[in-house]
Design a protein around this ligand. Structure first.
Ligand SMILES: [Zn+2]
Length: 143
């Protein structure tokens, strides 16, 4: 390998690291932003492209810690959080773990959040610019 080629490779590597760091920093900024109440729908939908599933889980957790409904489009406070960890459905003969559900103010917000979470891209953040930007759907109210 010539020195010139080596230098070129080194530059490419540095550029890749810089790009990766920038994408991770951006995702972190999105997490911080989506921890706030009163996020507009359009902004929420556009920011989903900048994060991965683990970032989305962080958003829900951080909102829960701040006693805010986990669904970023909901500004309700979590007030009457049930104390029990499980719920038993006699009709369906099943036991439900409430750990995740307790982070939301309502069944709708829980479902709407899961619906969005399932659409968050799993590809590496720093390679997203090579992909076609996905369009995200919200769960309609009343479902
Ligand atoms: Zn809610």
């Amino acid at each position: 390998m010539t020195t010139e080629k080596g230098e070129q490779l080194r530059q490419q590597l540095i550029a890749a690291v810089v790009k990766k760091r920038a994408a991770l920093a951006r995702a972190h900024a999105v997490v911080v932003r989506l921890m706030e109440p009163g996020i507009p729908e359009a902004e929420f939908l556009s920011l989903l492209w900048e994060i991965g599933p683990s970032n989305y889980a962080d958003i829900v957790d951080e909102r829960d810690i701040n006693k805010l409904c986990g669904y970023p489009l909901c500004s309700n406070l979590l007030e009457k959080v049930p104390k029990q960890k499980y719920a038993i459905s006699a009709s369906k003969n099943k036991v439900y773990d409430l750990t995740e559900r307790k982070k939301f103010c309502s069944g709708y917000c829980f479902k709407a959040s899961e619906y969005v979470k399932a659409q968050v891209p799993t590809s590496p953040l720093w390679l997203r610019d090579r992909e076609t930007r996905a369009s995200f759907q919200l769960l309609p109210r009343g479902t």
